[in-house]
Design a protein around this ligand. Structure first.
Ligand code: FAD
Ligand code: SF4
Length: 328
């Protein structure tokens, strides 16, 4: 691993200023569970010369719930989110998604901000420099994507443009189904708020140099909302999703009045199946409605040559997530 300077920030303003320092290649370090592996493997063509430790910023790990909704600081650990009583009671799919990440050891250090901003798992992107040299690709500023003509079994079936790596974050999927807003803060006190799925682009995130995720806000749940988070993995219990689905459905007098269907690990960001949601709204929900909505959800999928299997798999998980949500 290349040597780097390490600074313990004590305020968000200090961290943002350090990250935006001209002439440095700085990166934020939260739990380090993703970043340190990436540095050890030498995957970055230009490795950072400064790591800014966020863990020393007091108060950034707070979890606060009241009638206005939920606010979770970027440094909240996934283990704390998974076991938070208010989150389990009112936003259970967020707790379930945090619990579905990796292993207890990783959840004990991994933070919400790091989970949302972690690098993709595409194996071309992650190929270690020590094994014959890292692989250049579009996401690293290179000219092309070597994956597209290679092994694409875990790559995108929606919204791939140039890069076909999928967003690996489980919490992002649940948060998108809960209409969560990500709070970003940058140098000079700049602040903006974005729906979670708008944080991602086909080649990374919209974060500007020096910008940090500082919190996530989730609106209060509708009283009649029911939800489910399902994740399909190859290996149990520690693995990234091959496909995941978060479903949130509001029923009044047996009629669906609102629906959110969000698919994970199918594209560069959590993929919201808007047409399938529209198909559910206005009618009762039974097995037939769930099957039809799942058909609609996958109708626009564009699999690559190695991942057509993801389409029927995702269809089945969407259908099961709708029915699981009904059961609460
Ligand atoms: C074996 C293994 C299995 C895993 N399985 C899963 C899984 O099933 N599902 C899943 O979702 N994830 C999984 N992960 C990924 C894991 O969730 C992430 O490593 C973790 O969430 C990152 O959090 P962190 O705080 O350690 O981030 P760090 O490693 O500190 O940072 C990760 C990246 O985010 C940036 N960053 C960190 N905090 C911020 C912030 N506040 N604002 C802006 N940028 C920031 C860093 O600069 C870095 O680029 C797995 C990881 C491992 C090693
Ligand atoms: S899919 Fe994306 S990350 Fe993977 S090799 Fe292609 S450009 Fe790079």
């Amino acid at each position: 691993m290349r040597s780097f300077r390490h600074v313990r920030a004590t305020t968000v303003a200090e961290a943002c200023a350090l990250l935006a320092e001209p002439g440095t290649r700085a990166r934020a370090n939260a739990g380090g569970s993703d970043l340190l592996g990436a540095l050890k493997d030498g995957i970055y063509p230009e490795p950072p010369d400064l790591l800014v430790d966020l863990k020393t910023i007091p108060g950034l790990d707070a979890i606060e719930a009241d009638e206005a909704g939920l606010r979770v600081g970027a440094l909240a650990r996934l283990a704390d989110i998974a076991r938070s009583e208010p989150i389990r009671a009112h936003w259970p799919i967020f707790s379930q998604a945090a619990q579905a990440v990796a292993s207890p050891q990783i959840r004990n250090v991994a933070t919400l901000g790091g989970n949302l901003c972690q690098e993709v798992r595409c194996w071309y992107f992650r190929y270690p420099a020590g094994l014959g040299g890292s692989i250049d690709c579009l996401r690293k500023g290179g000219p092309r994507c070597p994956a597209v003509k290679g092994d694409t079994r875990y790559h995108a079936i929606f919204e791939g443009r140039g890069c076909f790596a999928v967003c690996p974050s489980d919490t992002a999927v649940a948060l998108a189904a809960l209409d969560a807003i990500v709070v970003l803060e940058g140098p000079g006190g700049a602040r903006r708020e974005l729906p979670v799925q708008d944080v991602y682009t086909p080649l990374g995130t919209v974060l500007e140099p020096g910008e940090l995720v500082t919190a996530v806000r989730v609106p209060p749940p509708a009283e009649e909302a029911r939800s489910a988070f399902l994740k399909f993995t190859v290996r149990e219990p520690i693995d990234f999703a091959v496909v995941s689905v978060a479903a949130s459905i509001t029923l009044r007098d047996g009629v669906c009045t609102d629906a959110r269907l969000v698919l994970g690990a199918v594209g560069p960001r959590p993929y919201r199946a808007l047409e399938a949601e529209a198909r559910l709204i206005g009618g009762p929900i039974d097995e037939r409605a769930a099957v039809e909505a799942a058909e609609v959800a996958l109708a626009g999928a564009k699999p690559l040559r190695g991942n057509a299997y993801k389409v029927p798999l995702a269809r089945s998980i969407v259908m099961r997530a709708i029915l699981a949500a009904l059961e609460g």
